[in-house]
Design a protein around this ligand. Structure first.
Ligand code: 6PG
Length: 483
């Protein structure tokens, strides 16, 4: 009898193909299936030729070719297709078999699916897989969550295909129950949106304010990639700026309307639901939305005047300030993202390992950077760290970055160059370090028009007061509750 496969995969699109090639290269036999079955033969006889793949032409074939407990991984479009495949697979599996979703599924769906699949006596894993096509082939970052009993069965496969950090530690570990893995992957994507947006803001300032060419910017990004900002996204920006088509920078020929598949939006919605100020990522999602309103912007640009862009300062100093602005804002973004994960962990009962998450993101994924090694250290030093800004290393770094960061924001605002993410991060920083914010006035306003009550600085917390501000209202206060 032919050897049974260690794992089965449904979905031979870009990510699926590369991930199974990665698995096979680590010594695993993989059974593959695709809804359009011609793709199966094409793959097995093409990129998979001569390798340990078993081509399956039906779900039954796929399941029959698997070693027990069977592991069936789906890499299909998030949403309904995942539910459809689960319904197709479940009847063919036995108790203890494992269904794995490696797509960018929304975490509430993964929570629901884990319950459903477990109710059928099976186990479920929802895993984030980051790193694009190249990562899938050579070592992605993987963030698995779901049924904890499934982890020992998939651990070796996952950790052997995952990216490794310098000391060989895999960028993959168990994240937590039900939707925890997909939640962490979602926050990864939100941070990805933020990192990309602040880089774009720096690019616009260099181009429009400092009048720099793509070649000059390429050199700046090359330098930046050697220091604190050393990361995959800075690296690819360097390369993009250096890329020419017919002798001209291709980037300048690309239409300025951003696409998005929704993971950044989900991160923003989760933050609003949990009451966490996730301002940088939120602004980054909205910046994509504004960019997409191209026709309206073109119309507005013809009729609305702003300040004339004019830079009279020291260009080298400004470039250095931009580096500080990027670094300061990046620290804020991660501080906010981590706060979101902390709140979600409390809400959903997940025991998240924050240093471990930094390690999973340290290599293989889109936001990989040297910086994540420092985040890991911060949580190693204090696993209960409530906010990254309170870690001595990051506190020092953000304090050192703030002068340049402020000059960048002030110059951008004076010149009318939009930098929503850099400025919103700075406002968060100033709010976060403020003992007193103007919410006293806000509470007074709420109490004035709606008798919503307020607490007083000269009375214990938890006692609520109402004032009849106009003398016309009654003394009845509205109920006091917070969402
Ligand atoms: C990754 C990426 C990936 C994401 C794309 C596109 O971790 O490999 O985050 O999962 O789907 O980058 O995202 P948008 O279309 O929303 O920009």
């Amino acid at each position: 009898m032919t050897k049974l496969a260690d794992i089965g995969l449904i979905g031979l699109a870009v990510m699926g193909e590369n991930l199974v090639l990665n698995m096979e290269s680590k010594g695993y036999t993989v059974a593959v299936y695709n809804r359009t079955v011609e793709k199966v033969d094409k793959f097995v006889n093409g990129r998979g030729a001569g390798k340990n793949f078993i081509g399956a032409h039906s779900i039954e074939d796929l399941v029959a070719s698997l070693e027990k407990p069977r592991k069936v991984m789906m890499l299909v479009k998030a949403g309904q297709p995942v539910d459809d495949f689960i319904d197709m697979i479940v009847p063919h599996l036995d108790k203890g078999d494992i269904i794995i979703d490696g797509g960018n599924s929304h975490f509430p769906d993964t929570i629901r699916r884990t319950k459903y699949v477990e109710s059928k006596g099976l186990l479920y894993v929802g895993t984030g897989v980051s790193g694009g096509e190249e990562g899938a082939l050579n070592g992605p970052s993987m963030m698995p969550g779901g049924s904890p009993e499934a982890w020992p069965h998939v651990k070796d496969i996952f950790q052997s295909i995952a990216a490794k950090v310098e000391d060989g530690t895999p960028c993959c570990d168990w994240v937590g129950e039900d939707g925890a893995g997909h939640f962490v992957k979602m926050v990864h994507n939100g941070i990805e949106y933020g990192d990309m947006q602040i880089i774009c803001e720096a690019y616009q300032l260099m181009k429009d304010l400092l009048g720099m060419s793509a070649d000059e910017m390429h050199e700046v990004f090359k330098e930046w990639n050697k220091g604190d900002l050393d990361s995959y996204l800075i690296e690819i920006t360097r390369d993009i700026l250096g890329y020419k088509e017919d002798g001209e920078a291709l980037v300048e020929k690309i239409l300025d309307t951003a696409g998005q598949k929704g993971t950044g939006k989900w991160t923003g919605v989760a933050a609003l639901d949990l009451g966490i100020p996730l301002t940088l990522i939120g602004e980054s999602v909205f910046a994509r939305c504004l960019s997409a309103q191209k026709d309206l912007r073109v119309e507005a640009s013809k009729v609305i005047e702003g300040p004339k862009v004019k830079f009279e300062g020291d260009k080298a100093q400004m470039i250095n300030d931009l580096k500080d602005a990027l670094f300061g804002a990046k620290i804020i973004s991660y501080a906010q993202g981590y706060n979101l994960m902390m709140e979600a962990a409390a809400e959903h009962g997940w025991n998240l390992n924050y240093g471990g998450i930094a390690l999973m993101w340290r290599g293989g994924c889109i936001i990989r950077s040297v910086f994540l090694g420092d985040i890991k250290k911060a949580f190693d030093n204090n696993p209960e760290l409530p906010n990254l800004l309170l870690d001595p290393y990051f506190k020092g770094k953000v304090e050192a970055a703030q002068a340049g960061w402020r000059r960048v924001c002030a110059t951008a605002l004076t010149n009318g160059v939009p930098v929503p993410s850099l400025t919103s991060a700075l406002c968060y920083f100033d709010g976060f370090r403020s003992e007193r914010l103007p919410a006293n006035l806000l509470q007074a306003q709420r109490d004035y028009f709606g008798a919503h009550t307020y607490e007083r600085i000269d009375k214990p917390r938890g006692q609520f007061f109402h004032t009849n501000w106009t003398g016309r209202g009654g003394d009845t206060a509205s109920t006091t509750y917070d969402v």
